[in-house]
Design a protein around this ligand. Structure first.
Ligand SMILES: [Zn+2]
Ligand SMILES: [Zn+2]
Length: 157
């Protein structure tokens, strides 16, 4: 048992966060007090809290991207299967007005421009939700917007 220096409540050691710099290897304030203090700090310095959070997120994006790339490299057949499946979904969802050669050329143009601008070509109504692979159902989104939208649809599903 150890007494918290802030709330003065005697609590088991596990109620105190680890801190190797302390003599007993634990914080002097209990976890509950630590949380209160952290919350107060975030309220007092919202910009710094946001900066910390953004830095953390940026680091993790890199880690996640690297691990995803590794997975792609290790599972080429799965990647190919996913790509084929997506292409088949797109083909099945292609509307009548977009069947011809002209439409095909237009699709290619839309995607080529997207690549050039660094924008994602998005289906306004997602294919997974019964949207059509139609020129009229396409829009450009920034990668961030696309990610946000993806999350929103997943939540709604
Ligand atoms: Zn306490
Ligand atoms: Zn169409």
């Amino acid at each position: 048992m150890k007494t918290c220096t802030r709330c003065k409540v005697k609590q088991p050691l596990t109620a105190f966060a680890l801190n190797p710099r302390m003599l007993d290897g634990r914080q002097s304030q209990c976890k509950a007090c630590g949380n209160i203090r952290a919350k107060a700090w975030r309220a007092k310095y919202p910009e710094r809290d946001k900066a910390n959070h953004d830095a953390w997120a940026a680091d993790n994006v890199g880690t996640m991207r690297a691990s995803r790339r590794g997975w792609y490299a290790r599972n080429p057949s799965k990647v190919l299967a996913t790509t084929r499946k997506y292409q088949a979904t797109k083909k099945a969802a292609t509307c009548e007005c977009c069947q011809g050669e002209d439409a095909k050329a237009n699709f290619e143009l839309v995607y080529a421009i997207g690549r050039k601008l660094g924008m994602h070509v998005d289906h306004v109504k997602p294919l997974a939700k019964g949207g059509l692979h139609c020129l009229k159902n396409l829009q450009y989104l920034t990668p961030t917007q696309n990610k946000r939208k993806g999350a929103k649809w997943q939540e709604a599903a």
